[in-house]
Design a binder for this molecule. Structure first.
Ligand code: ATP
Ligand code: MG
Length: 421
């Protein structure tokens, strides 16, 4: 092969796109049910937007960004995540105002230079939401519930909502100090990354996936012991609201997430169906990010779903979705040049009437055309030869039942509509 897709990227092929479209449609439906509106932003942004928001000592900024100078020497970065671009777009377009709750959702490819493995690519796709303008713990619960509803709609089971509070800028430093003090004792036995994290960003150690570090992480101090009374109370309210919404959760006091902008509530939805990369969704509050990026202080909350991982689970579970539209409604098989002309007029008319249809362009035999129609997953095949042209009527074959029925040219569209319903 002369050319291959770049390492860590994948083509999504025509036999896979129906599942993607189905998942995307479910996301839209659920997000819109909760009054979120779609936003689309460029796939690249000024590098500083990400270093500033995600944090210069996070893995993403330190080693995972696709950063390049453009022809004028400006540093640009392919977006590794979408929260910062959404905040940037909202500020630039004045979408955030003090008395409004702004609810937005997005889809799109994200880019991170990571080691490719199962569930981890360098270009992957997320669907996500961001809500700006309210610190109400009920909003936290609603956002988390929405993610669960989405996964239920997609037929995913054995999911677990892990939740934690990482505190506010007032209490987080105390927790950070405690973490730093605790890990200092054993840091020489931990991985090289954690040794660096200890100085730059000790909370990140809790997010380390290296096996050698796990036994130290397990015994680390819990964020909950360092929350100030307001943060504690807020977290309890979030949990209570989740209970009243009947969302099952597990408080996981190791959960800190890989981005620096999170405050208070953080959560992840984990699937027991996936291997090591088992998080399908991550999110939380980021009450200081809007101000950090130049806006007025605005509390905010959101999450991002990893679509490749969701799709992998759906595949493994073989969740049947009858809604998947993977075929056409009508194939017109023709014998002879004249029949092809007539057939072409018929598919043109069918398409004008919203019926997906096709015809042979390769001069195939009737048998080969029937095979092709089968491969296209055509619901009906209409077979036209010389006699049929004369009587303006032909056999319509239902490909599933193999039943044939004589249908006049003029009645074809009505007949297919009847069957397709
Ligand atoms: P992880 O701990 O799995 O690396 P993360 O904390 O880096 O996840 P987020 O930045 O919160 O993830 O992104 C949200 C979701 O996007 C993740 O839960 C995951 O499903 C998906 N995701 C993140 N990175 C990748 C990747 N490299 N390839 C595929 N999906 C990814
Ligand atoms: Mg990651």
């Amino acid at each position: 092969m002369k050319y291959a897709a770049p390492r860590g990227t994948k083509d999504i092929l025509p036999n896979e796109t129906p599942l993607w479209q189905w998942v995307e449609a479910a996301c839209r439906e659920v997000f819109e049910l909760y009054n979120y509106k779609e936003i689309r932003t460029p796939v690249f942004e000024a590098t500083e937007l990400f270093s500033r928001s995600i944090g210069t000592s996070t893995d993403i900024v330190k080693k995972e960004m696709y950063t390049f100078p453009d022809r004028k020497g400006r540093s640009l970065t392919l977006r590794p995540e979408e929260t910062a671009p959404v905040v940037r777009a909202c500020l630039e377009n004045n979408l955030i105002s003090p008395d409004n709750l702004v609810k937005l959702y997005y889809f799109g490819p994200m880019f991170r230079y990571e080691r490719p493995q199962a569930g981890r690519q360098r270009q992957f796709h997320q669907a996500g939401v961001e809500a700006f303008g309210s610190a109400d713990p009920l909003l936290d619960a609603e956002v988390i519930q929405m993610s669960v509803k989405l996964f239920e709609k997609l037929g995913l089971k054995d999911l677990e909502v892990d939740i934690n509070s990482v505190g506010c800028p007032k209490c987080q430093p105390k927790f950070r100090e405690a973490i730093k003090k605790y890990f200092t004792q054993n840091i020489t036995k931990m991985c090289a990354d954690c040794q660096e994290r200890l100085e730059q960003n000790p909370l990140r150690i809790l997010d380390c996936k290296e096996p050698v570090c796990q036994k130290y992480i397990e015994k680390a101090p819990a964020a909950s012991d360092y929350l100030d009374p307001e943060c504690k109370d807020n977290f309890e309210q979030v949990l209570k609201s989740l209970e009243s919404l009947k969302v099952r959760y597990r408080v996981n006091d190791r959960l800190v997430r890989g981005l620096d902008y999170y405050t208070m509530t953080t959560f992840e939805v984990v699937s027991k169906q996936l291997g090591a990369q088992n998080a399908v969704c991550g999110g939380g509050r980021y009450d200081d990010l809007v101000a950090e990026l130049g806006g007025k202080p605005t509390p905010a909350m959101g999450f991002a779903v990893g679509l490749e991982r969701v799709i992998e689970i759906i595949r493994q579970l073989k969740i049947e979705n009858r809604q998947l539209k993977i075929g056409i409604e009508l194939f017109v098989a023709t014998i002879g040049e004249e029949a092809r002309k007539v057939g072409f007029d018929l598919i043109t008319k069918a398409r004008e009437n919203g019926i997906s249809s096709d015809i042979d362009y390769l001069g195939k035999s009737l048998k080969a055309q029937m095979k092709a129609a089968d491969r296209m997953n055509a619901k009906y095949v209409y077979i036209i030869g010389e006699d049929e042209i004369v009587k303006r009527s032909a056999a319509l074959k239902n490909m599933k039942t193999a039943e044939q029925k004589e249908v006049g040219f003029d009645g074809l569209i009505a007949e297919i509509r009847k069957g397709v319903k």
